[in-house]
Design a protein around this ligand. Structure first.
Ligand code: PHB
Length: 388
């Protein structure tokens, strides 16, 4: 097989890249080791920055998003028995969209296949070759047969545990990371969310987040130890803990728990995000803790930058944007990292004691939810820094 850009991974980054390249007249093939059903069913964080929703709409994949996404003006932050509203729309004129990552993936797969695009699911034993200056190749097995894609460039969009990043020689990159001493127990429930918008809770017993997937479906999270076994938690315990941490700021209706799991929390950045003709994008290059809701947004930002660079290369032979890809992408990535780390440290409990840091955190939350200058800064970052 032969294509211009070989894309490893059919998550939001790989699929959106393939879609944007197609609109620019550039061929790509996407390969993915999971099944289509798996990709379309995996519940992930669901918060979209304003410009990402607009990009999906502007490029013809926003039809269901327009119908089904919940559009929020802001968020609530609860602490000390009080919920304070931060109104992004009033502060900076922007809104955010609740639309699960799996819906974005579902829409992009349908669009790519509808446009005649090639996505190979359930491939095995993927490896990448000759991207260090030569003619890159992607080798894998599909339907039992050995296959090879020869391409001009490889886009590594295969997530944090993918094969692309570790294929770069160890001397050519480094990772920067921060591991947090807690995780999130996340549940999907058949119950109405306690508020029309998200509530981020700081509580003596730990952080909690009240999000949603629809008027009768909630997505709820509580801070737990990092290696926690989700099965240790009974439904009654989960509801009890959620209610305690909500601190009485809203009534909480209970319902059936449909799914539960623990997410570890980590910040990670690979530098540079390019090696020869291999370009990393999304979780393959960087991950964020979910507190700032930046994961998918940073992935889409990477491929927006990368698709423009490929476009310049194929239209006019201009190499400047490709050379600049890593630097341009990392500039935004580090701002997303900064914001995710900041939200995480501010809203979680770091020890069982009420100590200096706890008091400082409460002062910070009070300030951030009370000062127009501080709320504006949070709003700008949460709703998405400008792309251009
Ligand atoms: C979610 O709805 O899954 C979600 C929303 C906001 C976050 C994290 C997760 O910060």
């Amino acid at each position: 097989m032969r294509t211009q850009v070989g894309i490893v991974g059919a998550g939001p980054a790989g699929l959106m890249l393939s879609h944007l390249l197609h609109l620019a007249g550039i061929d790509s093939i996407v390969i993915e080791n999971r099944s289509r059903a798996y990709c379309e069913a995996r519940v992930r964080a669901g918060l979209m920055e304003n410009w990402v929703a607009q990009l999906l709409i502007d490029t013809g994949v926003g039809e269901r998003l327009n119908r089904e996404a919940m559009v929020h003006d802001g968020i609530y932050v609860a602490f000390g028995g009080e919920a304070r509203h931060i109104d992004f729309h009033k502060l900076i004129g922007k809104r955010v969209y609740i639309y699960d990552q799996k819906e974005v993936v579902t829409d992009l797969i349908a669009k790519r296949l509808g446009d005649g695009g090639q996505i190979l699911f359930e491939v095995e034993d993927t490896s990448i070759h000759d991207f260090d200056g030569g003619r890159p190749k992607i080798r894998f097995r599909h339907g039992g047969a050995a296959q090879e894609i020869e391409c001009d460039f490889i886009a590594g969009c295969d997530g944090f545990h993918g094969i692309c990043r570790p294929s770069i020689p160890a001397s050519a990159w480094r990772g920067y990371d921060r591991v947090y001493p807690f995780g999130w127990l996340g549940v999907l429930t058949e119950s109405p969310p306690p508020e029309d918008e998200l509530i981020y809770c700081f509580h003596e017993r730990g952080f909690a987040l009240f999000s949603m997937r629809g008027p009768q479906v909630s997505r709820l999270y509580i801070q737990v130890p990092p290696e926690e076994d989700a099965d240790k938690w009974s439904d009654a315990q989960i509801w009890g803990e959620l209610e305690t941490r909500l601190g009485g700021v809203r009534p909480l209706k209970r319902g059936k728990i449909l799914q539960k799991g623990v997410t570890p929390m980590r910040s990670y950045v690979t530098e540079p995000m390019q090696h020869g003709r291999l370009f990393l994008a999304g979780d393959a290059a960087h991950i964020v803790p979910p507190t700032g809701a930046k994961g998918m947004n940073l992935a889409i930002a990477d491929v927006r930058v990368l698709s423009r660079a490929f476009e310049a290369h194929y239209k006019s032979g201009g190499e400047a944007l490709l050379k600049d890809y890593s630097r341009t992408a990392l500039n935004r990535v580090w701002k997303g990292q900064r914001f995710s780390w900041w939200m995480t440290q501010m809203l979680h409990r770091h020890s069982d004691e009420i100590d200096f840091d706890t008091k400082r955190q409460i002062a910070e939350i009070d300030y951030v939810t009370g000062s127009v200058a501080a709320m504006t800064s949070l709003a700008e970052n949460y709703a998405g820094l400008p792309m251009e």
